[in-house]
Design a binder for this molecule. Structure first.
Ligand code: NAP
Length: 272
């Protein structure tokens, strides 16, 4: 979709003081940053939506709802019921289903949709990346010989490594793993980013890691492991991004605030 050609049409309200009802689809640093930017701003009544994957989500300064909507139709019903005037999809680059639902629901209801799209990482001199399409392909790419593998993926994809039990895995997740099939030789580190380059290099060295498996998440919070791998000359098996549908493309939470304000002549925002 050509981001430049998507018109932003917030319905006009005769009442200037009525705040714009905004839904932020979150679960990312960008969504939390946008929540902080909108918190306490009387022009906005913003709600942050989380899927509920993280057991103890970070406290947020705006109203938060947790759990799925029930597909695109459920989301469309939510938008109508809550008189949402604008949606910002600030979900993770690998969360493609919720983005497809957001595009469909916003098209159905006529609610403007913008998507904060995090730029992907690109290999720099010294990086040794092997790009693979899926976590299952990453497990195969590790090869037959036993290796010490650092998995930095999120707990929901760890089952993909069960068919490669010859490796020793160090898996870093926010929450402990739940009932999934796991490879037998796996050790868990529980931590939440942002991470530090020196600490990442120390971790890779101390654990005698041979190879890192990563998503191409983009952004700065989890990039230090990539820098550390480069520094140590370690290969990275990089799982490719899915195709993620988007609305009007934005690059940052600040751009989202500007997008809301795009048509913010007096009385231009739809109220609650
Ligand atoms: P997904 O595959 O795109 O979505 C699966 C289902 O989860 C959606 O259909 C929706 O359920 C629900 N959902 C997802 N995000 C939601 C949100 N923000 N609010 C309410 N419901 C949501 O998503 P995923 O990859 O499982 O990721 C789940 C969440 O974790 C996302 O919010 C994402 O930003 C965050 N996250 C994901 C990753 C990753 O690597 N995938 C990494 C960091 C953070 P219904 O159809 O019932 O509405």
């Amino acid at each position: 979709m050509d981001s430049q050609r998507v018109p932003v049409q917030f319905a006009r309200s005769p009442v200037m003081a009525i705040p714009l009802r905004v839904l932020i689809l979150g679960g990312t640093t960008e969504a939390s940053s946008l929540a902080r930017l909108l918190a306490g701003d009387p022009r906005f009544a913003a709600t942050l939506s989380l899927a509920g994957r993280t057991l103890t989500p970070m406290p947020q300064p705006i109203a938060t709802r947790i759990g799925g909507f029930g597909g695109a139709e459920g989301l469309a019903q939510f938008l109508r019921a809550q008189s949402v005037a604008a949606v910002v999809d600030a979900t993770h680059p690998y969360a493609d289903q919720i983005s497809a639902n957001a595009v469909a629901a916003c098209a159905r209801t006529g609610v403007p949709l913008a998507s904060i799209v995090r730029a992907a990482w690109h290999p720099l001199p010294g990086d040794i990346w092997q790009n693979v399409p899926t976590a299952e392909a990453a497990a195969i790419a590790l090869g037959q010989l036993p290796r010490r593998v650092f998995l930095s993926l999120g707990r929901l994809e760890l089952h993909a490594f069960a068919p490669a039990p010859q490796h020793h895995y160090i898996a870093r997740t926010i929450d402990p793993p739940q009932q999934v099939t796991l490879p037998p030789d796996i050790f868990f580190l529980q931590a939440r980013g942002p991470f530090d380059r020196a600490a990442e290099a120390k971790l890779l060295r101390d654990e005698k890691i041979d190879v890192v498996v990563s998503k191409n998440s983009g952004g700065g919070a989890t990039y230090p492991k990539i820098e550390a791998a480069r520094e140590l000359g370690l290969p990275v098996v990089m799982i490719a991004r899915p195709d993620k549908p988007a609305g009007h493309i934005l690059r940052s939470p600040e751009e989202a605030v500007a997008w809301f304000g795009h048509e913010r002549a007096p009385g231009s925002l739809r109220g609650v």
